[in-house]
Design a protein around this ligand. Structure first.
Ligand code: FES
Length: 597
């Protein structure tokens, strides 16, 4: 008999009276699990991205132990397992390049293991989206616990967070930082376990997980070292058991309503632009698609409420004191659908009703503005136009207001080596009104859209006091960076997008209010340029071979076509058709594409 049709996974195997159950229990005996525990149900996997190659996740071992206590307290059996872990600073060529690989690891481990539900333990930027994507596709109940932000250091009399690294690196490049200060900063920048201690991608994705209903309300912001985080993990263990008994499937948490809620919360927080890509990917795993026009509409109608670093002056602890994500949801309530579920089974309406009014908006601290008096009309912009037919994003909350409407001549860089070679050349034909274009670093070209879209200000302009310029790239930018940087331009240059056709001196127009990014070059001239462009090379082997053939553009979350819920088969790759529906397969709980409506 083929193994293909054998039911994969499920903790019931431990209770099986036949040889399967006998062998499962016998092997678990080898781990020292007592007899009376070996038939407990449900069996909950503790899926951890702990790794010494990922310092942001260093605290996950304690959280795993806490989650196991929670599972046991609720009558289940917890079994911890590792997966790939992706560190932002350590992963090359970029952690995004490996996100889909991690999601496959997570999906297959959940699917193929004898477990009924899972607690996901993640932290650093790509681990959380990879875990959510994998869990949605695996189709077993899942609850997520994030690592929590690392401590803020007090360096040279100032609260120092990770975003302080970028101006320091800039000053070092200009020769303004001594060796002693450089070394001293290194000792004081990262002073403990946990994720980046500003509203970077990790914290933004922790907030997204809360809003979507994967992580407990209020769980995103307590610091990594705070004992409350262990209580959150214990509770997650209990919730995973409850989710199994109630048959809560992860794909059921991902609806257009919950995706809109999550996207709007990201905008109101001034969160990371990377969240847009991950939300697209998460949507695709549940058979949904968020098009650029819809995102642009939501972004334009969602004001900025939070003033947290790197967009504002406040620390994450200030936002937590003001009530955290539930307080943001409460303020945004008129724009959200509060009937969507949370991880603890309550609706968001029930959660925000329980947030004390005085905790929701602490006027005086200024970290969270009321909806009636926002900090800005919008926190993020989704742009389209002749330079970005499939969209681009701009973190408005981190941009310069005077540059939100700008017209300037392009200065083009092909890849990061080109930037490094020429950006500080005194002869570079650039002025403060120029638009710096960095291309060839998109999903395929990067590969994986490395976080380098934040092109440094040319030294000769920086010395004149220029601190921001319009920059346009198919790369991404760290959620901890700031500036008027248009990112994720799609299609990317390596996929034949118009970004690859820009030449020095072309005029580029950015108009955030209108939601446009345009290249003012005659279409006939662009066609002539396109005809003379040579196609890029192809990957030779291994993961890169799979990646280059199957990765989709940012408008589809940079996921692999064959991982999306609407994928049918090798002869018919996913068409990102929002009209398709998805239904859970009754046999193994995994998602299958349903018939077109
Ligand atoms: Fe890991 Fe920022 S580098 S969360």
């Amino acid at each position: 008999m083929s193994q293909k049709d054998v039911t994969r996974g499920g903790g019931a195997l431990f209770s099986d009276p036949g040889p399967d159950g006998f062998l499962h229990r016998a092997f678990l005996r080898g781990e020292g699990v007592p007899f009376e525990e070996r038939t407990r149900r449900p069996v909950v996997g503790i899926c951890s991205s702990w790794s010494e190659l990922n310092p942001c996740n260093a605290g996950l071992r304690e959280l795993a132990a806490a989650a196991k206590r929670g599972v046991a307290a609720a009558g289940g059996l917890a079994l911890e397992f590792p997966t790939i872990s992706l560190s932002e600073p350590f992963s090359r060529p970029s952690s995004m390049y490996l996100r889909n690989l991690m999601s496959i690891d997570v999906e297959e481990m959940i699917s193929s293991s004898p477990i009924d539900a899972v607690v996901l333990l993640g932290g650093c930027d790509k681990t959380v989206p990879a875990q959510l994507m994998g869990a949605i596709s695996a189709g077993k109940p899942a609850v997520l616990v994030t690592a929590g932000p690392r401590p803020v250091s007090c360096w040279r009399g100032r609260a120092t967070t990770i975003d302080d690294a970028w101006p320091l690196i800039e000053r070092r490049r200009l020769g303004e930082v001594s060796d002693e200060e450089w070394r001293d900063a290194e000792e004081n920048l990262v002073i403990g376990a946990g994720t980046c201690n500003v509203l970077g991608t990790a914290t933004t994705m922790a907030a997204v997980a809360e809003v979507l209903g994967f992580a407990s309300p209020g769980s995103a912001l307590p610091p990594a070292a705070d004992l409350r985080r262990r209580a959150i993990a214990e509770r997650a263990g209990e919730l995973a058991v409850a989710a199994f008994h109630e048959g809560r499937q992860p794909a059921g948490l991902v609806s257009l309503a919950s995706l809109e809620n999550a996207f709007r919360v990201v905008c109101a927080l001034g969160g990371s632009t990377n969240a847009v890509v991950h939300l697209e990917a998460i949507a695709g795993r549940a058979g949904l698609h968020l098009d650029a026009a819809t995102l642009r509409e939501w972004a334009a109608a969602t004001p900025l409420l939070a003033a947290v670093r790197p967009s504002g002056d406040h620390l994450l602890s200030d936002l937590e004191e003001a009530g955290g994500v539930p307080a943001v949801v409460r303020e945004l309530a008129p724009l959200l659908d509060l009937d969507t579920p949370t991880a603890d089974g309550r609706s968001w309406k029930a959660v925000v009703d329980a947030v004390p009014k005085e905790a929701a908006v602490r006027t005086g601290t200024g970290v969270l503005a009321p909806l009636a008096e926002p900090l800005a009309a919008s926190g993020m912009a989704v742009l389209t136009g002749s330079l970005a037919p499939d969209g681009a994003v701009l973190k408005v909350s981190a941009a310069s207001e005077r540059l939100l409407r700008h017209r300037g001549r392009a200065v083009v860089f092909d890849g990061i080596d080109d930037v490094n070679a020429r950006i500080d050349d005194p002869e570079l034909p650039v002025d403060a009104d120029s638009v710096l274009v960095l291309r060839g670093l998109g999903v395929r070209g990067g590969p994986g859209m490395p976080e380098v879209g934040h092109v440094p200000i040319p030294a000769k302009l920086a010395r004149q006091g220029v601190t921001d310029m319009v920059r346009v790239s198919d790369a991404r930018m760290s959620g901890t960076s700031s500036g008027t940087v248009v990112l994720h331009v799609a299609p990317e240059a390596a996929a034949g997008g118009p970004l690859g056709l820009v030449r020095d001196g072309d005029m580029i127009t950015l108009d955030v209010e209108a939601g446009t990014l345009d290249l003012e070059v005659d279409p006939a001239e662009l066609n002539a340029r396109r005809a003379s462009t040579s196609p890029g090379g192809t990957a030779a082997r291994g993961y890169d071979w799979i990646y280059q053939r199957h990765v989709l553009q940012p408008s589809h979350g940079c996921d692999f076509d064959f991982l999306r819920a609407d994928f049918i088969g090798a002869d018919q790759p996913a068409a990102a058709d929002a009209s398709r529906t998805v239904e859970a397969n009754a046999g193994d709980g995994r998602l299958r594409a349903g018939p077109p409506e």
